[in-house]
Design a protein around this ligand. Structure first.
Ligand code: FAD
Length: 549
């Protein structure tokens, strides 16, 4: 087995990789090299529901890490103004119920299409989002009975691997990416990962083209058996040193730029929305990610249609006075994937491997997937080309699958009010996507007619996007015509009753997270003046709370 791993880069991908590999690979020496003066990307704060498995695998419970990262819950993405007529719909972390062999979405087409919005009819999560509820009761129980005994905090985890993931966990998280990297750095270094704060100046190759060592500015050469490139969009090892080409997705995904702002908010008076919002703007869309203490916001746009200054001006006008004092961070995005994420003895994880725009929050999911597959494909004494090929195919399937899913978000929208929206509607999509859309306009997506390669999204997500963007098949399934509707009507009544019950019994997300922070009983690292008028009083409160019981 490879005995020493050198990770270059200390952003989310570097520290997620270090902490996971530390746990997974016994007897392997792990070094992480990070240039203190080269900033991390500083965004990437909404996640995908499988992230729960990552923390479970590390043995970290929510009360341990969430308060340290100002984390909050995410139950869904709310899409706003993605249609000509405006309006919104939720894409929740929740599967459709099945009734007499058919999904609630199929029954909705038959029984409810002209009466109620599909998302509120089929899922309980939209009502929880509107009411800013927490997905957990104060005693820690998760609202969704299907997973209650599956992943209870404190229980032994039945499985923590994407490959075995059988349930749809009903929530993901929002967190401060910088604080998460700090937390995972502390976690990993306490468990034996060596950190070198230095800049890599050179990547030295062997005759066979593999990496022999890296050369750092102040600490000289560092060698290893396997190198993990977590240097972000620059792809210092994989693209620059090993010259592995990058495949751009700009033919179908036009957005290549973003402007991000962090807006402090008083969560006590404002409450906390347990969802990410993706609001369509003139040349792209903007995200809103509520954390405990601030909003992460950003406008993802296409530079073909908007300059940097125009984008910032439009976004500031949209945000209003609350963002007046906030500094804008402009980011150029490299959209696509490195042809092979694993080349010779170098594996790219994170932005160096691939990135599609953050519309469905998949950047961190790609990292988690890349790491888990690296463990599954970890080399023995020699690097085996067949195993490397399998890794590369698995990673490419995941990224390409998400690319197609995001392409769907644009190519079926009916917005045509600006040159950007006219352009995205007319994009020449790949034939397999066009064929699928043609079918899904007549029959809702299901497990048999959506991409079977693992890419994190199930068929229900495709169906939600088609219905949310207004593509209802003209008729319901003929097979339902002769069927008795009793059970389906009962199911719709139950969704409504259960939504009302949950809204009236679950605590607000603010209440629950405040409770979790109290439970954390940690030394406060710093007062958070924007949360309360009197920061010194908060400091005293936290110190009092952190006294051992
Ligand atoms: P970076 O954060 O760029 O880190 C690179 C590291 O490499 C740094 O530590 C740097 O110091 C180091 N480095 C570079 N050069 C050298 C050198 N020569 N020597 C030593 N060290 C070096 N993902 C999500 O899951 N959800 C989201 O909501 C989301 N939103 C996003 C929004 C935008 C606009 C963008 C661009 C991305 C978003 N992502 C999101 C993706 C997410 O931000 C990344 O996947 C994640 O932050 C990982 O980045 P990284 O660690 O690969 O790279």
């Amino acid at each position: 087995m490879a005995k020493s791993i050198v990770i270059v880069g200390g952003g989310s991908s570097g520290w997620m990789t270090a902490s996971y590999l530390r746990k997974a690979l016994k007897g392997v020496d792990i070094t992480l090299v990070e240039a203190p003066h080269i900033k991390t990307i500083g965004v990437g704060e909404a996640t995908f529901s499988t992230i729960k498995l990552f923390f479970d695998y590390l043995g970290l419970e929510e009360h341990e890490w969430m308060p340290r990262c100002n984390a909050a819950y995410k139950l869904a993405i709310k899409f706003v103004n993605w249609r000509k007529q405006g309006g919104h719909f939720y894409h929740p972390f929740q599967r459709y119920d099945m009734v007499d062999g058919y999904s609630s979405a199929e029954w909705w087409l038959k029984l409810k299409r002209n009466q109620e919005a599909f998302d509120y009819s089929c899922f309980t999560i939209p009502a929880l989002c509107d009411a800013k509820r927490s997905p957990r009761y104060l005693d820690g129980r998760v609202f969704d009975e299907k997973v209650q005994n599956y992943f209870a905090d404190g229980d032994r985890v039945p499985n923590a691997f994407l490959a075995e993931h059988a349930v749809q966990y009903p929530y993901a998280y929002h967190f401060d990416a910088g604080l998460l990297a700090n937390f995972l750095e502390e976690h990993s270094t306490q468990r034996g990962v060596r950190k070198v704060a230095d800049e890599v100046m050179e990547v030295a190759l062997k005759e066979d083209g593999s990496i022999s060592h890296i050369v750092t500015k102040n600490n000289g050469p560092i060698s290893g058996d396997l190198f993990v490139d977590c240097t972000g969009f620059r792809g210092l090892l994989i693209n620059q040193a090993l010259k592995e080409p990058f495949i751009s997705f700009s033919d179908v995904l036009l957005n290549d730029s973003a402007v991000a702002l962090q807006v402090p908010v008083d969560v006590r008076s404002r409450g906390m929305e347990p969802f990410t919002t993706a609001t369509a703007l003139s040349a792209g869309w903007c995200w809103n990610i509520p954390l405990y203490g601030r909003l992460g916001t950003g406008y993802v746009y296409s530079s073909q249609f908007l300059s940097k200054d125009e984008a910032e001006a439009e976004f500031r006008a949209y945000l209003g006075p609350m963002a007046d004092e906030c500094k804008a961070n402009h980011i150029k995005m490299r959209i696509g994937r490195t042809r092979n994420s694993w080349v010779k003895n170098c594996v790219a994880i994170g932005l160096s491997s691939g990135f599609v725009e953050p519309l469905e929050s998949t950047g961190i999911f790609f990292i988690q997937h890349g790491i888990e597959e690296l463990v599954n494909h970890f080399p023995g004494a020699e690097i085996d080309e067949a195993v490397v090929r399998s890794y590369n195919q698995t990673v490419a399937h995941a990224i390409d699958g998400v690319k197609d899913f995001l392409t769907l978000h644009y190519c079926v929208t009916d917005r045509d009010d600006t040159p950007f929206w006219q352009a995205v509607r007319n994009i020449k999509v790949p034939d397999h996507v066009a064929e699928s859309v043609e079918l899904w306009n007549r029959r809702l997506p299901n497990a048999k007619n959506t991409n079977p390669a693992y890419h994190g999204f199930e068929s229900y997500s495709y169906s939600v996007m088609m219905l949310g963007l207004g593509h209802e098949p003209a008729t319901s399934l003929p097979a339902l015509d002769g069927m008795d509707d009793t059970n389906a009507l009962e199911m719709f009544r139950n969704v409504k009753k259960r939504s009302e019950y949950l809204v009236s019994t679950l605590p607000s997300q603010f209440e629950y997270l405040t409770h979790v922070r109290q439970r954390a009983r940690r030394e406060p690292v710093a007062p958070e003046p924007y949360l309360y008028d009197d920061a010194s009083q908060l400091w005293r409160e936290l110190v009092a709370l952190n006294q051992p019981a």
